[in-house]
Design a protein around this ligand. Structure first.
Ligand code: EPU
Length: 423
């Protein structure tokens, strides 16, 4: 196991190239199960979760071949094995999005029921409700979801849940609907850019989906889909993470391969805090030269402020000039970073799903523990600006979702090293 050793303090300046979006690439890889022939996916980040999805697709009969420069080729060669086993699903919850594709293409799927994880309880009842509405028979057997359907039928489906829309639930039902008989209408669909990217991939492959990126999605079923070439959208969460570290270090960072139109809530919040965010020739320049203003923020489904940047924003606000209130509305228990930031001198009080953050003059380095992907990212950012040395153990959490984060941070001037836990 690796750890990061960070000597904090310096201003971060320079350019950083943002990778393709993990959360777009994962469902698109699953969607390749729906197609005949070879799909070539471009801009796929080199991440542990992507490799895990590749292995799962391998179990399900697909040949998955990574090439240089983020090019991934996928072609389904054998449709006899449709079982996503618990040892795979346990490690990566996005495995659940093979369910809709397998069921629609092969008429059957057996997918281990995902459990909770470090960010809280993560039910899949809405996924199952959507698939049942299309005629799937679904039962639980030995911890697996066992779904069968001769051919799914189009239906009107409301996918809203207690916390709003569901991203992977929308992906699952949309994938299933592409090969169903007739028209499916999904109301309260997730509007995330990753869902629109999935719809773009499927439409290029021959699907007939309209309204992707809005809460009202219409899918006219077709008989087959073909393999195609598709480029993954830039990762808005990775981009937001680098924007935040630029602000925390009072630095100036230029991001390329970035879609600011996917990040308006983030840019707006950073500007309220006093950070300069400029768009320049397809690039985004983020700089900050003064104390940061405190703010209030509540996470929301897209286009609101993303839960996947909440931890990083909390890290930033530990340095603001006053009190901020950050409320987590998507995953109310997603505050694993708070206890670790306290070890670094932050002043944060938890009240239910809200963190009250009182700015301090500086954070100080400490040994801390990575717990989940985004909480760990927040600790890396804190380590980069803290006085002294921070050691972050269990960085495999970070490797699940950030491509070479230490290499990118070093290119901006951070002093961060990856070392083996044994050293
Ligand atoms: N929910 C239900 N029932 C369901 C599904 C979800 O009640 O059947 C609830 C969840 O408990 C949660 C809310 O609905 O309160 C939203 O969850 P959602 O289904 O949208 O989450 P997800 O699709 O499982 C994706 C991302 C997460 C990201 C969330 C929210 C991928 C692979 N994962 O998860 O990303 O936090 O959407 O935007 O796309 C990450 O990258 O670090 C990460 C956790």
């Amino acid at each position: 196991m690796d750890k990061f050793v960070i000597k904090g303090g310096g201003r971060l300046t320079g350019q950083v190239l943002i990778s393709g979006a993990k959360n777009a690439a994962l469902p698109i890889m699953a969607a390749a199960l729906l197609t005949e022939g070879k799909s070539t996916i471009l801009g796929v980040p080199d991440l542990a979760d992507i490799r895990a999805m590749g292995e799962l697709l391998g179990d399900l009969g697909a040949a998955v071949t990574p090439r240089d420069d983020g090019r991934l080729e996928i072609s389904v060669e054998d449709e006899t094995h449709s079982h996503a086993r618990y040892d795979r699903v346990r490690k990566m919850r996005a495995s659940i999005c093979v369910l809709g594709a397998l069921l629609s293409k092969r008429g059957k799927a057996r997918v281990a029921m995902p459990g909770g994880c470090a960010i809280g309880s993560r039910p899949v009842n809405l996924h199952l409700r959507g698939l049942r509405a299309m005629g799937a028979e679904i039962e639980l057997d030995g911890g697996d979801i066992v779904a069968t359907a001769k051919r799914l039928k189009g239906a009107e489906i409301f996918l809203g849940g207690p916390f709003g829309s569901t991203v992977l639930g929308t992906a699952n039902v949309m994938m299933a609907a592409t090969l169903a008989k007739g028209t499916t209408v999904i109301e309260s669909a997730a509007c995330e850019p990753e869902i629109a990217d999935l719809a773009n991939y499927l439409n290029a492959a021959g699907a007939r989906i309209s309204g992707a990126g809005t809460p009202h999605l219409i899918v006219d079923g077709v008989d087959s889909l073909r393999g195609i070439e598709h480029r993954i959208i830039p990762d808005r969460i990775e981009a937001g993470t680098f924007m935040i570290v630029a602000a925390m270090s009072n630095g100036e960072v230029t991001l390329s391969n970035v879609r600011l139109d996917h990040m308006l809530a983030v840019a707006d919040k950073l500007r309220q805090i006093g950070v300069t965010v400029d768009s320049d020739n397809g690039k985004v320049v983020v700089s900050s030269a003064r104390r940061l203003e405190p703010t209030d923020m509540t996470t929301q489904p897209y286009p609101g402020f993303p839960t996947d940047l909440q931890a990083q924003l909390v890290a930033l606000l530990t340095l603001a000039d006053g009190n901020s209130a950050i409320t987590e509305k998507i995953f109310p228990d997603r505050f694993m970073h708070v206890a670790e930031l306290l070890r670094m001198g932050a002043d944060i009080r938890k009240e239910g799903p809200t963190a009250i953050v009182t700015g301090v003059k500086r954070l100080v380095g400490a040994p801390v523990m990575a717990s989940d992907l985004r909480a760990s990212a927040a600790l890396v950012l804190a380590g980069c600006i803290a006085r002294g040395s921070t050691t972050i153990s269990r960085v495999y959490h970070i490797d699940r979702g950030y491509e070479h984060i230490e290499v990118k941070l070093r290119s901006l001037g951070a002093d961060i090293q990856r070392v083996s836990e044994d050293d």
